[in-house]
Ligand binder design. Sequence first.
Ligand code: CTP
Length: 133
Amino acid sequence: MKTIITFGTFDLFHIGHLNILTRARQLGDRLIVGVSSDALNIRKKGRTPVYDQQDRMQILEALKCVDAVFLEESLEKKADYIQQFDANVLVMGDDWTGRFDAVSRDCEVIYLPRTPSISTTSVIEVVKTKGER
Ligand code: CTP
């Protein structure tokens, strides 16, 4: 059983999120997703997510490519989560390249290319701009 693990906020779920999860799932037999808690997101990105952690987890749980979801409370606990879920591969988008090389002792680390031209931040900007017209 090859277990893949990945992490993220997945706020305002968009096609870039779906693409990385689908590709991650194809690398193994099951995909576990650590969803950044609301508190962690404030520390990490300086803003409260639009969708709260419960809703973000529920959306991910409903996806065909996702086998299990848990709440990620700290960026520093990657190695603990990898051990807890017995993960063989950590997948992250290439915006994180090099950031998790420390855990390559515990499992393989693969950075997948991001889907171009979309992010939660850009969606928020587009909606804001349209609202101002
Ligand atoms: N991701 C991706 N392609 C995109 C956007 C995100 O592959 N266009 C990946 C990220 O690399 C990460 C995962 O999706 O592995 C979760 O990313 P997240 O930070 O939740 O989404 P972003 O859209 O990047 O959010 P933000 O704009 O708030 O940084």
